[in-house]
Design a protein around this ligand. Sequence first.
Ligand code: DAH
Length: 344
Amino acid sequence: MLNQLEVTQQQALDELAQVNSREALRAWELKYLGKKGQITELVRSVGQLPKEERASFGKRANEIKQALTAAYAEREALVEEQELARDLEEGQIDVTLPGRPVNRGGLHPSTQTLRQFYDIWGDMGFQIYRSREVEDDDTNFTLLNIPPHHPARDMQDTFYTTTPNVILRTHTSPGQIRAMRDLGGNGTLPIRVILPGMVYRYEQITARSEIQFHQVEGLAIGRNITMTDLKGTMAAFARRVYGENARVRFRASYFPFTEPSMEVDVECFLCKGEGCRVCKYSGWIEIAGSGMVHPVVLQNGGYDPAEWSGFAFGMGPERMTMNKHGINDIRYFWANDLRFLEQF
Ligand code: DAH
């Protein structure tokens, strides 16, 4: 039996030398050192020996068991080291491979135009004033010199709410009243602001008209502001957007909240005035409504029209974006179609 023990040990050591994985290690342990392992069984059979041989057998059996356990631990460390090395090699990154493309978001074309406008007006000393989209009828119309039943109300079909007097603003002009009352120091301080934001109109949606779109309103209030300031300011803006040589013209117009009022046109950037599809063969593109702030509006904002004057303007960034990129349908702007949006 002692001989059997030595043979089994040798066999176990030979097999262990071949073991190269955790699974094989576990199988080896079970086979020799487990509860029903060959060494364990041999040790257990000590009782079959004559009494005088038992002590030396037991001693040798223990030695062998310890030797095998030590050999096992050593092999286990080696196998783990090898597996780690293998894992590291397999997981290694090949830095020469091309990277996987990352999907980038982009800015909405209207946002791009708005930000360009903020930069330009900011350079000219205009701060951004954010007025509310949910307005009251008075501020949207009456305080802007558009009393109830005034025909000008028909030009801006309105979204009413179930709350009397509460509407969605049809233009950014009511922000003029709020800016004057908020920043004007009761009619004692000059103001230079732009008021960007969404406006809403209850209209049939077509290629040319949407129920929501942006406007950028402008307002300058001071002690000696004249029409010259308005013209120079609009011309400077047009040159920043359409280039140093952009020509502008002013056409007499009518708005209830300005007097006098005028429309601002820029020479068509595409045909240079020759006439083309973009400018509808007129050679000019309309970029803003504008005028000198009406005395009634100044008064409603808290200013004394005898001492103060100002100019105002309103622009449509979507219209201008459409001209710039040759977009022929305004419905693309809020349709959330990536095929459209990804082009900008
Ligand atoms: N509120 C006008 C509209 O929506 C645009 C406008 C015209 C704004 C003239 C102004 C202005 O400030 O002076 O049609």
